[in-house]
Design a protein around this ligand. Sequence first.
Ligand SMILES: Cc1cc2nc3c(=O)[nH]c(=O)nc-3n(C[C@H](O)[C@H](O)[C@H](O)COP(=O)(O)OP(=O)(O)OC[C@H]3O[C@@H](n4cnc5c(N)ncnc54)[C@H](O)[C@@H]3O)c2cc1C
Length: 465
Amino acid sequence: MSRADVVVVGGGLAGLSAALHCQDAGAAVTLLERRPRLGGATWSFERNGLRFDNGQHVYLRCCTAYRRLLERLGTAGHAPLQDRLRLPVLAPSPSGGEPTAAVLQRTGAPAPLHLAGALATYRHLSLADRARLGLAVRALQRLDLSDPALDTETFGAFLARHGQSPAAIDRLWDLIALPTCNVRSADVSLAVAAKVFRTGLLDEADAADLGWARIPLADLHVDPAAAALEAGGATLRRGARVVGIDPPTGRGGAGRLAVVLADDRIEADAVVLAVPHDAAADLLPAGAGIDPARLRRLGTSPIIDVHVVYDRQVTDHEVAAGVGTPVQYVFDRTDAAGLARHDGQCLAVSVSGADAEHGERPELLVERYTAALAALFPAARDAKVVDAVVSREHAATFRALPGTAGLRPGPVTALPGLYLAGAWTATRWPATMEGAVRSGTVAATCALDGAGRRPGATQLAEEVA
Ligand SMILES: Cc1cc2nc3c(=O)[nH]c(=O)nc-3n(C[C@H](O)[C@H](O)[C@H](O)COP(=O)(O)OP(=O)(O)OC[C@H]3O[C@@H](n4cnc5c(N)ncnc54)[C@H](O)[C@@H]3O)c2cc1C
């Protein structure tokens, strides 16, 4: 029987963050990951000599916990933030010519005026639709984000009540709601969408400046986190599937928790369970006071990415969003893939809320998205597609429908020593890297407190959560 002070179950961003936080506070850490690799929902793979991520990952300047993690790992320079939000939004031309472009960019004005110019000239909407945008913006600003009633209606219903047409929802609001919440405005809970728009766009002018990795995610945060943990003496066990968590067996609940693997049992002062919600539902012991059926009701929502390698440069855009095209977002991944610029260009198209697409055959998806890219980027029409691959994550995030806010538990369970982390826990954020890192850090703070290391930290962590 081995001993550990803190055992972290799950090697995604929540688990890695929890482990680093515990280790930095002086705890002895063991991290157990079911798969042969760490990174969870953020991982990279190699194909024909090039490197791809399972899905394009973007963060915003308001994602302060994720940014701090990158700084801690010394890799923030590889995922730079834009100086100022600048997002070209392209619509294919019906006549096959150059696409129509609008740019969502902020000025140096304070929020919410920072976007006024961009919205006033946003040519993908009629003048009447543009004139009505302010109605919804002001209504969003007035919301109390802690009001449970926000989780009883969809963002789409809220937008319609505040004068937004179906076109405005499709061509503007969903440009932001869909990639951040992974569910369209028509279905997403107002509670989650309002958090995104308030924290990401309306409360601070610079909050939505975009950042993304210029190197594979494995190099950006997965491998550096593993290296930092190992350098600090943590034990990392990959391919270690946890099958149960045993409560202490001593009189009156005294004793230590035990994490059960197929061939081992590890006792711990504290356990941070940082697995997806359905896995947590399987693992949580009855004494934790969390109903597994409620966790399963969080559901899942898929994301697919179509990666296309061309024999030449087809666009100058580093990032662009699309309207009137299946291409939701497209990123230039040439440098990250390791492709020399003179040898071609590698683009990643990311498709959130991909319920319709994730079961489709890869050939069909490649055909559809290369045609859509050709409609947006005329230079792609003469270019040769050298390679194309589809990555799919059927359970990329939980499904943030109305009613889900109340299903997301906080970090503290009823079982002393057992804490929860994961992008699906009660962070108020949608399932994001930021939510995962925040949840891991908060759960770790609680674990350290529960393990007797930092009196008062549990209360602090609950307030933060
Ligand atoms: C394609 C895609 C694109 C995305 N795009 C963005 C984006 O642009 N911006 C953004 O902020 N977020 C994005 N996200 C969401 C973000 O990646 C996730 O919310 C976040 O990484 C989840 O981290 P986590 O640690 O909570 O969970 P996970 O990463 O799911 O980690 C949980 C880990 O637990 C392990 N595990 C499960 N069961 C067991 C067990 N029994 N024993 C041991 N280990 C177990 C799993 O193998 C996994 O490694 C995207 C996600 C996907 C899939």
